[in-house]
Design a protein around this ligand. Structure first.
Ligand code: ZN
Ligand code: ZN
Length: 371
């Protein structure tokens, strides 16, 4: 099975343009420089995808520190991203010394409050004794919420991989496989089609297990007439996709049929509400109102969606009362669900790209759910 996409043909990303945009946000955040410690943010700003590294960003230039495991990789990735930054490869103490020496030129040093642990904050406070440490929140994440063409192309490629994989393997459900067997085959098919790994732990939840929104696949054999919630995604060059399909071997009857049709109607209402300039809260309201009117308001146990990118859950929030604006270039999911304990559940999820006015679905899998 060939990969679904050609890596060489993906549109390039403008990695080098990101630090200058971040610098413009620092003053309003009360700092002169920012120490970036969250791995996805370091990757976004430099192209370096290692698991350990810190990036000091300041008007005087950027400094990336990492350890010996990444000596070659860090240099290669930063160069291939076209990013100008000094690189120090050393053990932890040497990294802190290099950062402290560069940071002492700046009075107010921002830290990423939601990713710095208590112990790291203590080490930084003693190493950076000449800087005032300032808590910042969501500075890089705010930039990451708006994808450039290269990022959107990678997310779309990840969506395409997931679309092809589910189409390829879904007939297994009719052959009496277990939830775990189906999850394993779906993930393997995504890898064969070009995914570097599942974008999160695959959910396959059949029958009563479907009432648990985040059920893990079990040894339960999928039966006829049951709803099976399959929530999964692929990863391409670090960018993730996210989709859910609720499938059924045969046709659901009675309450199960009403449940799944109500979720489909809510998802259509949510998709119609997604447009440039609307809030995440408005999209959530569209789905929630639809399910309330169908009598399943109390069965909708989670938010309508979330941003997707280098992380599976990122800005903007598509949740009740969320004021986050879905601007052009944002990528979000729309995933209403309804869950009846001990009975079953349904969820439908697409990943969509918000354009200059309307949204374009990146998930293109059929919504025909019977097998
Ligand atoms: Zn999902
Ligand atoms: Zn999701």
């Amino acid at each position: 099975m060939p990969p679904v996409f050609s890596p060489a043909e993906l549109a390039p990303m403008d990695v080098a343009g990101r630090v200058p945009r971040l610098l413009e946000l620092l003053d309003a955040a009360g700092c002169d420089a920012l120490l970036v410690t969250k791995a996805e943010n370091v990757r976004y700003l430099t192209g370096f995808s290692g698991s350990a590294g810190m990036l000091l960003v300041s008007p005087a230039g950027s400094l990336l520190v990492t350890d010996g495991r990444y000596r070659e990789q860090a240099g290669e990735q930063v160069a291939s991203a076209g990013v100008e930054c000094e690189l120090v490869v050393d053990a932890a103490k040497g990294q802190l010394d290099a950062l402290a020496s560069a940071a002492q030129r700046h009075g107010r040093l921002g830290l990423e409050a939601t990713s710095v642990t208590w112990s790291l904050q203590q080490r930084l406070a003693s190493s950076f004794d000449r800087s005032e440490l300032v808590a910042t929140r969501g500075l890089v994440e705010r930039l990451r919420a708006v994808k450039d063409a290269g990022e959107a192309a990678r997310i779309e490629a990840a969506c395409d991989v997931a679309d092809v994989a589910i189409a390829q393997v879904k007939s297994m459900l009719a052959e009496g496989c277990t939830e775990a067997q189906f999850a394993t085959e779906l993930e393997a098919e995504m890898r064969r089609r070009g995914s570097s790994g599942a974008s999160f732990e695959t959910i396959v939840a059949s029958g009563p297990n479907g009432a648990k929104p985040h059920a893990r696949p079990t040894e339960r054999v999928v039966g006829r007439g049951e709803l099976v919630v399959v929530d999964f995604g692929a990863t391409v060059d670090g960018y993730r996709s996210d989709m859910t399909r609720t499938l059924c071997v045969g046709a659901p009857e009675g309450e199960l049929a009403r449940l799944v049709e109500a979720v489909f109607a809510a998802q259509r209402a949510g998709l119609r509400a997604v447009a440039a300039g609307v809030t995440g809260g408005a999209v959530d309201e569209a789905c929630r109102t639809s399910l309330v009117e169908a009598g399943y308001g109390d069965a909708f146990l989670h938010s309508t969606g979330h941003g997707v990118g280098l992380e599976i859950h990122e800005s903007p929030a598509v949740a009740k009362d969320s004021a986050d604006i879905l601007g052009p270039g944002t990528v979000v999911t729309v995933e209403p669900g309804a869950y009846l304990a001990g009975f079953g559940g349904a969820r439908i999820e697409d990943t969509v790209l918000v354009g200059s006015s309307v949204a374009r679905p990146l998930t293109k899998s059929t919504k025909d759910y019977t097998l």
